[in-house]
Design a protein around this ligand. Structure first.
Ligand SMILES: [Zn+2]
Length: 469
């Protein structure tokens, strides 16, 4: 950077009449001649014989002299110590906050826990501990809901990638089983509670347990009053439907504030179900984020009323791996710490890992020609947001093909693929992700429906959240 100097100077010059004797000032012949000619003409005009000495008058502009104060200031400005040399870039780096809008947040969604039982919606303690350990060992930070919201508000950055742990419904096993494990790993968590199940006896959380969780890293969010499918009642009389939505979204928020003293800024749709009216009504209650269970990572660009979560099942690792397979970013390899299987696989895929495609409904292909003993009937392909998809296997080329059933709304697509190899006890699996050109998102009309793939977030209902549609 070039040094810059500052000086005071007066721009306004004084007009002054300067008198001087011609003879004294003139030094050049030409000037003397000119002056003599002028003086002669002057003398001729005013009359000869005057006794006065010839004086020549001109008007010149002279700078206004600086005042003593101004001179002092200039002396200070001249001093070399005043301006430290500035190294380019340092000011910008220190002062300008740049929001990382590209950060990836995997929002995990758990429900009930059990010491040993494992179903889709009931997570056994040992598996939960394994998953928490895998997150810790993979070095993926777990953030608080407060951090997540601050990032959405552009106030701060979140680590990229990172994880947000949420637990729905309010089972007492959150307190007895999940909480000690979360505490062990020092992970923050958010509990989405629905009014009718809090302090309801049986296996529900009671208020004292909830307060204990809240004073140990637990944040709370609303999960409605009655835990009903909010998109399902839309055929009701419009006024009654609106009133119902206002109760589910508004009353539940007031209730939580009343009993806990804490304002809840987030909402999780029961079963992940919602529609435009639910979003509209939610706006009246000042929620900053509303979560689905659509099996997508939350992105800063997502609508705040349609943020993605992954339901983590108690009887398999598919969604957990899909959500946390951040390490596949650098290539087609599963992270062994997340128990996805072999790290190196002789698979080639289309789209390739990290590839950008133009199509919003791409065909996904996996070439198994390098894996002679792969059993086609064991093939499983899961795609984020769509769940398990039907695949076709071409025995000649040994290629697995699968078409994404609907246009992708999220520019990122996560794929999980597994296949059993004859003679091996454990299936080989891999996850990777690819993108489609974001501009395509804005060129096409948005989807007509907001209906998500079948979703479940309660025991007793055996449909998978990310099953094929
Ligand atoms: Zn629920």
């Amino acid at each position: 950077m070039l040094p810059v100097k500052f000086r005071i100077f007066n721009e306004v010059a004084m007009r002054k009449t300067v008198r001087f004797e011609v003879v004294k000032r003139a030094t050049l012949l030409r000037e003397i001649f000119l002056i003599f000619a002028l003086v002669f003409a002057f003398a001729f005009l005013v009359g000869c014989g005057s006794d006065e000495k010839p004086i020549f008058e001109v008007e010149v502009e002279v700078p206004v002299p600086l005042t003593p104060e101004q001179e002092k200031i200039n002396a200070i400005l001249d001093s070399p110590e005043l301006f430290e040399p500035v190294v380019e870039g340092t000011v910008a780096a220190e002062e300008a906050f740049v929001l990382n809008k590209a950060a990836q947040v995997a929002v995990l969604c758990y429900h009930d826990f059990h010491v040993s039982k494992a179903t889709e919606m009931v997570m056994p303690a040992a598996k939960f501990r394994d998953q928490m350990r895998a997150i810790k060992e993979a070095g993926i930070p777990v953030i608080t809901m407060a951090d997540f919201l601050a990032w959405l508000r552009e106030e701060k950055n979140v680590p990229d990638p990172c994880i947000l742990i949420t637990i729905d419904d309010g089972w007492d096993a959150v307190h007895s089983i999940a909480f000690p494990i979360l505490k062990e790993f020092e992970f923050p968590f958010t509990i989405f509670l629905y009014q009718d199940y809090l302090n309801a006896g049986g296996r529900s959380l009671d208020l004292d347990e909830l307060k204990e969780l809240m004073s140990n890293g637990g944040e709370i969010g609303c999960h409605s009053v009655t835990h009903t499918n909010m998109a399902d009642k839309a055929e009701r009389d419009p006024a009654a439907y609106r009133e119902y939505l206002q109760v589910e979204l508004g009353q539940s928020k007031r209730f939580l504030k009343e009993v806990t003293g804490v304002e809840s800024k987030v909402f999780a749709y029961p079963f992940g179900k919602y529609n435009d009216q639910a979003i509209e009504v939610a706006e009246d209650f000042g929620y900053e984020a509303l979560f689905t269970v659509n099996g997508r990572r939350a992105s800063w660009y997502d609508p705040r009323a349609e943020l993605g979560r992954f339901v983590v099942h108690g009887d398999n690792d598919f969604n957990f791996n899909l959500a946390t397979g951040f390490r596949s970013r650098d290539g087609i390899e599963a992270d062994p710490s997340l128990s996805t299987g072999d790290a190196k696989l002789p698979f080639t895929t289309f789209p390739a890992p990290e590839e950008r495609v133009k199509e919003r409904r791409p065909e996904i292909r996996v070439d198994l020609s390098g894996l002679d003993d792969a059993l086609p009937e064991s093939i499983e392909m899961k795609v984020g947001g769509f769940g398990s998809l039907r695949t076709d296997f071409d025995p000649a080329s040994r290629t697995v093909r699968c078409r994404v059933p609907q246009s992708m709304r999220n520019p990122e697509c996560l794929v999980y693929f597994s296949v059993q190899v004859e003679g091996e006890s454990k299936a080989r699996s891999v996850s990777w992700r690819f993108y489609f050109d974001k501009n395509a998102l804005y060129l096409e009309k948005p989807e007509e429906t907001r209906q998500l793939p079948p979703a479940v977030d309660e025991p007793g209902m055996e449909r998978g959240v990310q099953e094929s549609v």
